[in-house]
Structures are given as structure tokens and as C-alpha cells.
Design a protein around this ligand. Structure first.
Ligand SMILES: Cc1ncc(COP(=O)(O)O)c(C=O)c1O
Length: 957
């Protein structure tokens, strides 16, 4: 960066029109996901070009070429720079004018300062960044502080001001007026960004990650002078009312609503000079914190409100109290010797524990729940406040922190909601915690089958049609009142996203009080992107549905639907093929979701949350839930996990939008680079929607994220309607074509390249992109895949004919000889209330506890003749316990389930080491069935199953 002072030679007068100039080519990708990253890249490139321009020995032609390049770059940036406070119009124009005047020295100086400030984010720390003639403060660099050597910097944010009043000069005066109100002890710094119309305000909300608040003055136009037809279409579609039917006097209120839909965490302030009292009474949008009468003297109030609003999100009540507690001189006559660190720092043998973890960990450890702290089991103080803030952040009515992971969160909800005899529709492939939860609660699982993805040895998700059919069959058998809950995993391990809104809507049309538990263990981040939130997250969809069912428009729509479709039952073919709508007078929204906050946000391991949006969370239901919470929650919950949940919430509310946008962008970029790389794509490729979702569930036809012409809008359109979408941030790499099985490839990456991945299947590995991934990490992964591909290339080039044949055979085995994936078979009649019922719920709890008596059980070896004979002749093979192979990590046998030929084959072909509930030396654990208990029907079913595959037979021998 230039350090000596460089002074502008002779500013030339230029018209504003000349400056506003062309906008260049604004790819939507550029705009939406990586506006700030791309800006930094472009300023860096401009910096290099500008640096070259001041070189002394340039030919005339070279200078002209560089000038043209600089002009092209700066023109491309011109339209977009308005959306950020830094560098701002004044600085931007200073650079532009210097270039136009061929004052290359000053041009290079300004561009270098801007580029550097954007790169090291020093503009967040010092107002000098805006002053080209002032010195930059060397300390003002916003670097990550891994050594914890500095006090945390005062956070910086930007406030969007939407007003049609005034010009650039007036905006500058207002900016200075706000700066003048700053006080040294303010918790935050902020700068203003001005927009003068609806479209620009919406775009700024989407692209400017620094925004934390929006001030909207009444009275502005709709149209921007820039032309972004796709963004405009997106805006129009997101508007609660049509853009064309929106009255101009309602623009301010509608803009606030739109902003809420895009970024619900942003605070909005309305400034109006008409009927302020009436407007305030209307509560026009959930994000409006205050309505001000439009007067200059309100500026200080506004300034203080903006700071207070951000502070409300910044505030972490439990963490703050824990820090205070850690500083107090407390004598502990309680459990937990490590508290205050005395048992460690005085020790002759474990001092290194203290040195490694640092003293704060121990100072902040305590068994106490008083003295400024709170009890997780019965929160009344700062944990209660932290819960309330988390509920606001995640769009729930109530949030509960869980310190033993979502494994526990799921059991709490299942037990809290279900009682013995209730029927729960559940994806068989759900995490094991749900199955155990059902055993505990005594509810009867009705297992639903997800569509299989046999070529990759994995399952997808449960089609809506089969859920509807099952509910209608239950209705036909008079059992709908016993049905309590639908339990699904969203997003699945491999990235399948349900159309949550549609699933709930259609199920509620059949059973209006159905409870939903969405296991969003991997998906806490989804809330912070408008692409996921409204259709594909539990809380977002629930909020949208609540608004929908309260509207008059819905009543009208429903009346038409009812007239056309008639009664919804199994004999009504039209009902099955229609998009069902619930009766607004009957429907109850009862939605629960669980998040492993630690899996996708910045919480410590095991930090999870339960979010509740249950219209009937009344005294009885609440009490049952609290009982379940008490059942499963430790009386010594970890204080650090609770504090980290409080902090993860703070981060998500203040920068979740930015981090998730970057996470998506990195994933899309990685997909593109790998799948289009001439060398890598010979052996590896990331699976796309076309591979992971059958066409009938992808109504939009969206096939690949990297296909030419696929923009974020194509994706947004597809996601709004398709039955299933593929989360681009869960990246399944097909490695079978490189001759690696999943486990082998995972080990290779970990052992040789220090790359850790998430899960494997027979021929794939799963990379999960996260809010912590960086562009360098992406580059390293690409580099590694290039290296590995080159090695395979070289090996094959030198290989003999036999070696080549062996490689081809290996690939065939990995990609074609894949085992069939078994569906859930059925519960044994002994564990069915009515064996003749067409629906297949079962009393799993009875099967589970039957196995507690060893005299009830037997073991038969997996590869024995005996097991094949039993399968042929009976009595039925009935599993005594859960058998859960890792991967895939869900039970392929549950207690009371009859083992089919398909399941046996799958077990025999499994090439994983870890199978919970199965000990090869003992065999499969079965509940003993006497001959008479083997029902002819059950035997016939087992016989009808396919024969053992040749591969299994070979393995056996
Ligand atoms: C879908 C699903 N739900 C729940 C869990 C359990 O979460 P936790 O590890 O937080 O206990 C997992 C763990 O992998 C999971 O994949």
C-alpha cells in the first residue's frame, strides 16, 4: 500500500451522468452469493492494473491497454458499488475521475487504499479509511486473533437508509451528522448506505452482508436505474402483495415486509410524516422496531435505537454472566474439583491440562446454578433469556438448549409428544435416537420407505405420495385419531431437502392436528438463507403457513378446492393426485424441530436446540414436554456448551446470512471446478440433483448446478416447487470411478492429505461445506484431487494389459455390482395390534423388552445354512434388537421386525466394520418363535423375497 502522501493534481469537472455510466455485465451469481468476495477480487485486480500504470518505462500502447482494462473494470463495478458504505460514492468517483484525467499516480493511490481496506477489512476499524489524504492506522487491521492477544475490536456494521430525499451532498451531511453522534463508549460503529428506491433497497439487502438495520423514509419510487430483470422477478415473487398492485404510499411498509422475508434478523425503522400513531398501531411487519415521526430532532433517538437494536442481538445473557462469574473470587464447597482450576494448577501431575485449556475454562466451571448463573432444568434467569433470544433468532415460539446433542433432543421431543399406543409415521432411515425414543415412549412406529439410490448405496427421502396414501389408509381403518406425529429428517445425511411447506400442508389436509418433528440436525444454518428458509425449513415453513391460514385469500382458495376435490379419503382418486389444502377452521400448526447447533454453527460439540412452534403447547402438552426434558437432561449440564449455544445464536443473528451465503458459494464453486476439470472429472465427480433425485420428484427439471444457464434464479424457482431439492452444501463425491471405495478413499484423504470428510458409502464420500470453509481450503481440495487423478492417469499409462483389466474390474465391482437396498419388511404379527391391518405400525417396545430375558432369545450366525433354512421354512426370523451399520447409520433391523431375504443379503454384503447390535462371532440376535407362532402369511412373505445374490454366496464360501 502507498504510504507517502499523494495529492490529487487537478480535479476535472464531470457530469453525474457520465459517471453513473454503464453497469457492465452483472452476473447474478456475482450479485447474490459473493458480491463482497467478488468486489474484493475486482478491486485487487484493479490495484494490480493501476500499479502497472505508474511504472516508468511503459510504451504508449501499453499505457493505453492498461487504461482500457482499468476503465472496463471500474465501469463494471460502477453500478454495484452503491450498495456498500465503503468506499462510497465520493471515493469511488475520486478514483474514476483520476482515471479519466489520466492522473495515474493518484488513481493508483486511491485504488490501492480501497483495495487494501477491503482486503484487511480495516474500513471496519477506522474512519480514516474514507480519508485518502489521512494516514492509515497500522493497528486498524481486522485480522483473526487466534492468539487471543487483543481485546475484541468494536464491531462495525452498516445501516441502509431508504429515502428519495436529497442528493449525494445531503447524504454526506447526514452521514457526518450521524458520525458526530458517536461516543467513545458506544459498543459499535456504523456507517450509512443510501438507496432511493424499492428495487435498490431490496438488492442492497440481499448483497450487503454488513447491514444490520434499515431506516425507511416514507415516499420513494419503485424502479432502480439499474436493470436486473431476474432480481426484480425474485423481488416481485417474494412480495406479500403483487408489485403492481402495491400502492406507492405502502411502499415503506411493504419494503419492511420484504426485508423481513429476506433477512428476518434485520431491524427496521419506519420514518413517516403522516399518521405515525396509526402506522405504529398496525404493526406492519415483524421486524419493525419503531416508527418515528420524520423530524430532524429524532436523529439521536434513531441513532440510539439502532445501537440498542443491534445490542439486543449482540447480547448473550448466559455467556455474559458466566464471564462475570469467572472473575468473582468464589470459594467452592461443592462438587467439581476442576472448578476454579485449583486441583489442576496445584497438581504435580496434571498442570499441562491447565496450560492446554487455559484458565478461563476452569474459572467458568461450576456446579452452582445460583450466584448469577441459572439452571438449565428450570431456567428463570439468564438461560431463560438466552432461550427467548434463540427462539426469536430461529423463528420459534419456544427454544430449549440441550447439552447432550440432538441424540437427546430427539428423544425429548418424541417422549414429550407421544404416549404408548400412539402411531408415529417415521422414515425408517431416521437417526437411531428417534427409534430409541419410540421404544421409551411406547408409541408404535409406522415405518415409511425412502426412495433408494442403489447405484450409490444410499437412500433418498420419503415421497409425499406414500405419506398421503398411508394417512388415508389409516383414516380408512378408523385409526387416524391414534396417529400422533410425522417424523422426518431434513436435510438428510446425503443432502435431500423436503418441500417442508408442502408436506405439512398436504398432511394437515388429511389430519388437521398432526404433529411434525423435523430432525434438522445438520441444518441449523438453513434459517439464514432465504433460499432455504421459507419452503425448506420447519420454522420458516410454519410461519408462512400460519400467515396463509389466517388470510381471507386462503379461505377463498380453500372453498374452491373443497368444491372441486370433495371429501379427502382413500377412495377419492382426485384427492390423491391433487395438492391438498387443510381446512382453515380445523388446522392446528404443531411443529417441532431439532438442531445439532454444533454441526453447522459455532457451538461446542453436543450443543443442540429444540425449537417449538406448537399452537397447542398448552398446560398439558407443555408439562409432558417438560417431563421429557427432565427425563433426559443431565443435572450437571456443561456450562461451556450452554454459553456456546448463546454465542452461536449471537453469531447467527449478526452474520449468519453472510456466512451461509459464502458456504453456499464455496460449495457451488467446488462443484463447478471439480465437475468441469478435464483431469479430475475423468475419475471423480460431485453428484448433482439429476443423480440424487429421480426426475419425478424434480418437477422443475433442474439437473445440475453447474450447467450453463443455471443461475441462482433457476435454483430458487426449482426449490420453491420441487418435491425434493439437493442441498448444494452437502457434496457427495463419486469415487468408485477412480477405483476407490468410500472407506478407502476417506482413509487416504485423512492419512496422506489431512483432509477430513463426513461420511462414506460403497462408492462415494461426503464432503460437507460449512461456515468455516475458506477459499484456500477449497483450492487445497481441488489441488489434491488433481494430484490423485494425475497419479491414476500415470499408473494407467504404465499399466500392463492385466493391470488395466484389474482396474476396470475394480471399477465395475464398485459401480455396478452394488447390493440392493432393503426396505423395511414388517413387524411380526405378535407385535401388531391387528395383524390384518393394511398399515404396518408395530409394537416395537414389546419386542425390545422381550429381548431382556435371555431365555426368549437365540443367536444364528449370518453365514450359516441354518439361517437360510429358517428363512425358507420358518419360524420367522424376528430381530431382538436394533442392528445399525455405520455407515449408513440407521437400523436395518428393529426389535420385533421380521428379517427378510433382502435384509439378510444386505447384511452379508456389507463391507463396513462397525455394526451396532451385531456380533459376528455370535450371530444375529433373534426373539425365539415357536413353530406355531409362524403365521403362514409371514412365511409366505419371507419365501417370496429374492434369492441370495451370487456375490453373497461367494463371500460366504
Ligand atoms: C439426522 C441426525 N439426527 C440426529 C443426530 C444426532 O445428533 P448429535 O450428534 O447432535 O447427537 C445425527 C447425528 O449424526 C443425525 O445425523
Amino acid at each position: 500500500m502507498a504510504t507517502s502522501k499523494i495529492v490529487r493534481k487537478k480535479p476535472a469537472a464531470k457530469t453525474a451522468a457520465a459517471r453513473s455510466a454503464a453497469e457492465g455485465e452483472h452476473s447474478l451469481q456475482y450479485l447474490l452469493f459473493n458480491a463482497s468476495g467478488n468486489r474484493t477480487d475486482r478491486w485487487s485486480e484493479l490495484d494490480i492494473v493501476a500499479g502497472n500504470m505508474v511504472s516508468s518505462n511503459l510504451s504508449k500502447q501499453a499505457t493505453a491497454d492498461l487504461h482500457a482494462r482499468a476503465k472496463a473494470l471500474i465501469t463494471e463495478m460502477a453500478g454495484l458499488e452503491r450498495y456498500w458504505a465503503f468506499p462510497g460514492i465520493a471515493l469511488f468517483n475520486a478514483a474514476l475521475e483520476a482515471l479519466e484525467d489520466s492522473d495515474y499516480g493518484y488513481f493508483a493511490h486511491v485504488v490501492a487504499r480501497i483495495s487494501q481496506s477491503l482486503k484487511d477489512e480495516s474500513y471496519r476499524c477506522t474512519a480514516n479509511a474514507w480519508d485518502m489524504d489521512g494516514d492509515m492506522d497500522a493497528e486498524a487491521v481486522n485480522m483473526p486473533d487466534f492468539q487471543e492477544q487483543h481485546e475484541a475490536k468494536r464491531p462495525y456494521f452498516e445501516v441502509l437508509v431508504v429515502t428519495s430525499h436529497g442528493n449525494a451532498a445531503r447524504h454526506e451531511r447526514v452521514r457526518q451528522a450521524f458520525r458526530a453522534m458517536r461516543r467513545p463508549d458506544d459498543a459499535f460503529n456504523y456507517e450509512l448506505v443510501f438507496m432511493s428506491n424499492f428495487q435498490d433497497a431490496a438488492i442492497a439487502t440481499l448483497v450487503n452482508f454488513n447491514l444490520q438495520a434499515v431506516v425507511i423514509y416514507d415516499g420513494f419510487a419503485y424502479e432502480s436505474d439499474l436493470d436486473f430483470p431476474e432480481v426484480d422477478e425474485f423481488i416481485r415473487r417474494s412480495l406479500p402483495v403483487g408489485a403492481d398492485s402495491m400502492a406507492r404510499e405502502n411502499y415503506a411498509v411493504e419494503l419492511a415486509k420484504l426485508i423481513y422475508r429476506m433477512r428476518p434478523e434485520l431491524d427496521a425503522y419506519l420514518m413517516t410524516d403522516r399518521g405515525v400513531e396509526a402506522l405504529a398501531g398496525q404493526t406492519p411487519a415483524r421486524n419493525v422496531r419503531r416508527v418515528f415521526f420524520h423530524e430532524v430532532e429524532e436523529l439521536m433517538e434513531l441513532h440510539l435505537s439502532v445501537l440498542a437494536g443491534v445490542n439486543d442481538r449482540y447480547d448473550t445473557p448466559f455467556f455474559e454472566n458466566l464471564k462475570k462469574y469467572a472473575r468473582r473470587p468464589v470459594g467452592t464447597w461443592h462438587a467439581l474439583p476442576v472448578a476454579r482450576g485449583k486441583s489442576i494448577y496445584k497438581s504435580h501431575w496434571i498442570q499441562d491440562m491447565g496450560h492446554f485449556y487455559g484458565s478461563n475454562l476452569f474459572m467458568a466451571e461450576t456446579s452452582a446454578t445460583s450466584g448469577g448463573l441459572d439452571s438449565l432444568l428450570e431456567p428463570t434467569g439468564n438461560i431463560k433469556k438466552a432461550h427467548e433470544k434463540a427462539a426469536r433468532c430461529f423463528g420459534a415460539d419456544h427454544t430449549y438448549f440441550v447439552t447432550n446433542g440432538t441424540s437427546t433432543a430427539n428423544k425429548i421431543v418424541v417422549q414429550g409428544v407421544c404416549k404408548p399406543g400412539d402411531i408415529v409415521l417415521i422414515d425408517r432411515n431416521c437417526h437411531k435416537s428417534h427409534h430409541y425414543g419410540l421404544v421409551l415412549s411406547g408409541a408404535q412406529p409406522l415405518y415409511m420407505d425412502a426412495f433408494p439410490l442403489v447405484p450409490y448405496s444410499m437412500y433418498g427421502a420419503v415421497p409425499l405420495q406414500s405419506i398421503k396414501q398411508t394417512l388415508l389408509q389409516l383414516k380408512a381403518e378408523g385409526k387416524l385419531d391414534k396417529v400422533r406425529m410425522l417424523l422426518l429428517t431434513n436435510v438428510t445425511f446425503d443432502g435431500h431437502l423436503y418441500n417442508v411447506k408442502r408436506v405439512m400442508e398436504e398432511c394437515l389436509a388429511i389430519k388437521p392436528d398432526l404433529i411434525f418433528l423435523w430432525d434438522e440436525a445438520w441444518y441449523a444454518f438453513g434459517r439464514f438463507s432465504p433460499f432455504y428458509r421459507r419452503t425448506r425449513t420447519a420454522m420458516g415453513a410454519c410461519e408462512d403457513l400460519a400467515d396463509r391460514y389466517h388470510s381471507d385469500a386462503y379461505r377463498e382458495e380453500y372453498a374452491k378446492f373443497k368444491k372441486s376435490v370433495g371429501d379427502i379419503d382413500i377412495s377419492n382418486k382426485k384427492a390423491l393426485s391433487s395438492r391438498l389444502m387443510p381446512d382453515p377452521d380445523q388446522v392446528r400448526l404443531r411443529v417441532y424441530c431439532t438442531h445439532s447447533t454444533h454441526k453447522s454453527l459455532s457451538a461446542l460439540r453436543q450443543g443442540s436446540m429444540i425449537h417449538v412452534n406448537d399452537q397447542d403447547f398448552n398446560e398439558d402438552n407443555h408439562e409432558a414436554f417438560e417431563e421429557a426434558f427432565m427425563t433426559h437432561t443431565s443435572t450437571s449440564p456443561n456450562q461451556q456448551i450452554i454459553a456456546s449455544l448463546d454465542l452461536a445464536r449471537r453469531q447467527a443473528e449478526l452474520e449468519g446470512y453472510e456466512l451461509v451465503a459464502q458456504q453456499i458459494l464455496l460449495a457451488l464453486e467446488l462443484r463447478k471446478q471439480v465437475n468441469h476439470h478435464p483431469l479430475i472429472s475423468k475419475y471423480f465427480r460431485f453428484l448433482d440433483p439429476v443423480d440424487m433425485i429421480p426426475a419425478k420428484y424434480r418437477q422443475s427439471g433442474l439437473a445440475r448446478y453447474g450447467d450453463p444457464g443455471v443461475t441462482w434464479k433457476t435454483v430458487a424457482d426449482a426449490w420453491a416447487e420441487d418435491e425434493f431439492a439437493l442441498d448444494p452444501t452437502r457434496l457427495t463425491l463419486f469415487c468408485g470411478t477412480a477405483g476407490y471405495d468410500g472407506t478407502e478413499f476417506k482413509n487416504l484423504l485423512a492419512d496422506k492429505y489431512d483432509i477430513q470428510i463426513n461420511k462414506t458409502s460403497r462408492n462415494t464420500v461426503l464432503f460437507q461445506s460449512n461456515i468455516n470453509n475458506t477459499r484456500s481450503a477449497t483450492a487445497y481440495l481441488i489441488e489434491t484431487l488433481v494430484k490423485l487423478s494425475r497419479q491414476i492417469d500415470t499408473r494407467l499409462a504404465r499399466a500392463s494389459k492385466d493391470e488395466k483389466a484389474a482396474f476396470a474390474a475394480r471399477i465395475k465391482s464398485l459401480t455396478e455390482d452394488v447390493p440392493d437396498l432393503p426396505d423395511f419388511s414388517h413387524f411380526h404379527d405378535k407385535y401388531r395390534d391387528n395383524p390384518n391391518s393394511k398399515t404396518r405400525e408395530g409394537n416395537m417396545r414389546e419386542g425390545f423388552f422381550a429381548a431382556y430375558e435371555s431365555k426368549n432369545c437365540e443367536h444364528i450366525k449370518l453365514f450359516s445354512k441354518e439361517i437360510d433354512d429358517r428363512l425358507r421354512n420358518g419360524p420367522d426370523l424376528v430381530s431382538a434388537n436394533f442392528v445399525i451399520p455405520y455407515p449408513p447409520g440407521f437400523p436395518i433391523m428393529v426389535p420385533g421386525q421380521v428379517i427378510s431375504r433382502g435384509i439378510l443379503n444386505f447384511m452379508r454384503e456389507l463391507d463396513v466394520k462397525e455394526i451396532h447390535g451385531y456380533h459376528a462371532e455370535m450371530g444375529i440376535k433373534l426373539i425365539k418363535m415357536d413353530q406355531s407362532s409362524a403365521k403362514p402369511k409371514a412365511r409366505a412373505k419371507a419365501k417370496a423375497s429374492p434369492k441370495a445374490s451370487p456375490k453373497a454366496a461367494a463371500k460366504k464360501s
